[in-house]
Design a protein around this ligand. Structure first.
Ligand SMILES: [Zn+2]
Length: 328
């Protein structure tokens, strides 16, 4: 049985630790060495001690290095790490255009090889999506340098005027509020320590772990960028285990097509009063508990969804989606 139930699941340190335990963060983002204990708080990657040395040498305007275990983290720094979502997500940006046949340094690579790669990757941004290479004006008092701010925006909610070239390939942002779980399956002796993982295209985001609770209330907002050719969002519930791999507690698919299609058809939701604009219908081959309507609520496109978890003995999840289109 997990022994972390006494911890405060929503505390910052806890969230950071949960993020570190995510499988892609169990190896260094730069060289693949196991068990990284360091992180670059403005870039959003977990790294090993050797790569950490190189990051430090780049200066804090490029990479702000912190120890996961030893340093004090501010809420903003933790939030930034959580928003990026881990090594896979960060590398999908920073290594998007890595040349074919190029070999990344390994855990035993020389300092020179490591150093050359890390500089190319973060300082010169040689492998970045071309659209992200155009620097935007730095904002005062910002934690990140302008370029990493811009990359962060790729992951972040942005209904403000912060539209950047890097977002062109995305059609919008999907905010998913994971509200609660009901009657979830038991995976430990008497209870479970559930958390929810959402996957869309290359992105994976997750809630915090709630200790020993089969009816957890998260009320936690997760953000996904929606690409041109999007498929369903995959939702999975896991039981967090300290000493073994996390057990699955059911899954479901969220069809976001009805919401996006109706939102696109209506255009600027701010022009309309509160009204229903679409519907995702319950059927034998989806996980819906009842029909789910798409509504304009105070100028925002929203959809409440109740899902029956599949491939598991019991469990339901309540969500609220919000669609935020990006102006082209
Ligand atoms: Zn490394």
């Amino acid at each position: 049985m997990s022994n972390h139930a006494l911890g405060r699941p929503s505390s910052g340190k806890r969230r950071l630790k949960d993020l570190l335990l995510q499988s892609d963060n169990r190896v260094c983002a730069d060289c693949g060495a196991p068990d990284p204990k360091w992180a670059s708080a403005n870039i959003g990657v977990f790294i090993c001690l050797k790569c950490c040395g190189v990051h430090r040498s780049l200066g804090t305007h490029v990479s702000k290095v912190l120890s996961v275990t030893l340093d004090e983290w501010s809420d903003d720094e933790i939030e930034a790490m959580v928003e990026v979502g881990g090594n896979t997500s960060a590398n999908s940006i920073y290594e998007a255009f890595i040349p074919e046949g190029f070999s990344k340094p390994g855990p035993d690579s020389s300092h020179e090889q490591r150093s050359k790669f890390i500089r190319s990757k973060y300082e010169l941004q040689e492998f970045l999506k071309p659209s992200l290479r155009i620097l935007s004006a730095p904002r005062k008092g910002s934690l990140q340098s302008s370029i990493s701010r811009k990359i962060m925006d790729n992951f972040r909610s942005s209904s403000s005027s912060q539209k950047t070239a890097g977002m062109v390939e995305f059609i919008g942002l999907l905010k998913v509020k994971v509200i609660k779980g009901t009657n979830l399956a038991i995976r430990d002796m008497l209870s479970s320590d559930p958390y929810v993982v959402l996957t869309l295209a290359q992105q994976k985001v997750q809630t915090t772990v709630i200790g020993s609770n089969l009816n957890p209330i998260w009320n936690e907002e997760l953000m996904l960028s929606v690409p041109q050719n999007f498929g369903p969002v995959k939702l999975q519930v896991f039981d967090y285990d300290t000493f073994s791999a996390d057990d699955i507690m059911g899954e479901a698919e969220i069809d976001i097509q009805p919401m996006i299609t109706s939102a696109v058809a209506f255009g600027d939701a701010g022009m309309f009063g509160n009204m229903q604009i679409g519907k995702w219908l319950k059927s034998h081959d989806n996980a819906l508990i009842n029909d789910s309507t798409v509504n304009i609520v105070d100028g925002k496109v929203k959809q409440e969804i109740s899902l029956k978890l599949q491939n598991v003995e019991s469990g339901e999840i309540d969500l609220e989606l919000e669609w935020m289109p990006l102006e082209q």
